[in-house]
Design a protein around this ligand. Structure first.
Ligand code: AMP
Ligand code: ZN
Length: 113
């Protein structure tokens, strides 16, 4: 997708503060962090949103979570972390390329919103 900002990061057209990359997934720090640790884990395949997950592409989502587990160890998120996916307008999704926020580094409590 030529006008997708995350595809541009994946293609190296715009820079990002990368934590991890392989042929299927990229992880980079959020440009507007909302917690002391805030990075995004993104499948390289352009899936627009959670509503577009299908039997054909759900393996990419499972693999994202494998990488989240790896990064939690790599980044020493031993106190715990939160994984957030925003889908659609009411949830505040601003980038139409599936991604998972990983938030950590502070006590977030038991409420989600
Ligand atoms: P969402 O609102 O769930 O679609 O999340 C999109 C996230 O992408 C926001 O938290 C933005 O701060 C972040 N973001 C947008 N552009 C960039 C960028 N170039 N590099 C890193 N993070 C970005
Ligand atoms: Zn994209």
């Amino acid at each position: 997708m030529s006008d997708c900002i995350f595809c541009k990061i994946i293609n190296g057209e715009i820079p990002a503060d990368k934590l991890y990359e392989d042929d299927r997934v990229i992880a980079f720090r959020d440009i507007h962090p909302q917690a002391p640790v805030h990075f995004l884990v993104v499948p390289k395949k352009h899936i627009p949103a959670t509503t577009e997950i299908t039997p054909e592409n759900s393996g990419e989502v499972a693999y994202v979570f494998e990488i989240i587990a790896k990064l939690a160890k790599q980044e020493h998120l031993d106190g715990g972390f939160r994984v957030v996916n925003n889908c659609g307008e009411n949830a505040g999704q601003t980038v139409p390329h599936l991604h998972f926020h990983v938030l950590a580094g502070k006590v977030m409590g038991e409420t989600i919103v």
